[in-house]
Design a protein around this ligand. Structure first.
Ligand SMILES: Nc1nc2c(ncn2[C@@H]2O[C@H](COP(=O)(O)OP(=O)(O)OP(=O)(O)O)[C@@H](O)[C@H]2O)c(=O)[nH]1
Length: 293
């Protein structure tokens, strides 16, 4: 039997960051991890980020939730048929309800082969403090992802004061008293914490109406390099309903487009050593057409 962990959490909370740490730790144990991830938007930015040589499948522009569960089943089946691995790590989109995402894992096809270990939810602690600003639908998804977790990472603790850290931890624990909660920076958690999870997929679950979320993704292509300050100004002017941006931004004067990430008001630029396609995906709620500067 192969152990399966499902990573949940809102857009930009730190799931891919967690995935990278866990992949490394699984490898350090002499085991082979495999990854299944899906993405909102037809751009596989996250899978570019994952270490080479790890068996991997992805589902683009989808959600591993009930509507996509057949496709997810097929992808997992292909992984099982074609790859040798010990542990399966599933990263859901930030828009997925974690329990619905489990449909594919619990398919009778895999009953003898997959051993579901639990749901790990990464919570963006700063966003938690400001959750009242979210629309009711998005807030309900955010809370559902925490409510159904078996292990919760209260992530991005570096952005909070000590008092806020205690407040977030206490409040999240009150929402889900059965899960262990660990305060993290860059989703750094020992694999041992995942291994000792006791999964508790509860029978009666009150699901958030995921299908009614008006989250959409747009892929924008750059025709020419932009000035960094012009791009950052454009970023600041975006509505609060833009939750997430990732991709590659070509800056004037630089050889290759930079890897770029934006989550909850925080932008991150990284140097890139290969020529990646100059495009970004913008994910938000009720997004009107977004135009590049
Ligand atoms: N300050 C801070 N930033 C963090 C932390 N963890 C992750 N980040 C940053 O947050 C951004 C989003 O991280 P990801 O790991 O890509 O988030 P994700 O949940 O996989 O995002 P989606 O797949 O788009 O939902 C990146 O720029 C990370 O570097 C943290 O603990 N503190």
């Amino acid at each position: 039997m192969k152990d399966v962990y499902l990573f949940s959490g809102f857009l930009g909370s730190g799931k891919t960051t967690l995935l990278k740490h866990i992949i490394q730790q699984v490898k350090d144990q002499g085991l082979v991890p495999a990854v299944f991830m899906n993405e909102l938007g037809e751009m596989n930015f996250d899978s570019d980020e994952i270490v080479d040589g790890v068996p991997q499948k992805e589902l683009l522009d989808g959600c591993i939730c009930c509507t996509g569960s057949e496709k997810s089943e097929a992808q997992i089946q292909t992984l099982l048929a074609e790859e040798e691995f010990d542990v399966l790590l599933i990263e859901t989109t930030g828009a997925a309800h974690p329990v619905e995402a489990l449909d594919a894992v619990f398919s009778p096809l895999f009953a003898e082969r997959l051993n579901f270990k639990g749901i790990v939810t990464v919570a963006d602690s700063k966003r938690w403090l400001d959750r009242s600003k979210l629309s009711p639908q998005i807030r309900s998804l955010y809370l559902e992802q925490i409510r159904h977790a078996d292990l919760i990472l209260a992530n991005k603790m570096d952005l909070l004061s000590e008092e806020e850290q205690a407040k977030v931890t206490y409040e999240i624990q009150s929402l889900n008293s059965s899960a262990q909660i660990i305060q993290t920076v860059q989703a750094k958690v020992p694999m041992a914490a995942l291994e000792k999870i006791a999964p508790s997929v509860k029978g009666e679950v009150q699901k958030a109406p995921v299908s009614k979320l008006n989250l959409n993704a747009q892929v924008l292509h750059f025709d020419a390099p932009v000035k960094r300050d012009v791009f950052e100004q454009w970023l600041r002017a975006l509505p609060e309903s833009v939750f997430r941006i990732k991709g590659y931004v070509p800056l004037e004067g630089d050889k290759y487009p930079h890897a770029f990430q934006y989550a909850y008001g925080m932008a991150q630029w990284l140097p890139e050593y290969m020529k990646m396609r100059p495009q970004i995906v913008v994910i938000g709620e009720n997004l009107e057409e977004v135009k590049l500067p």
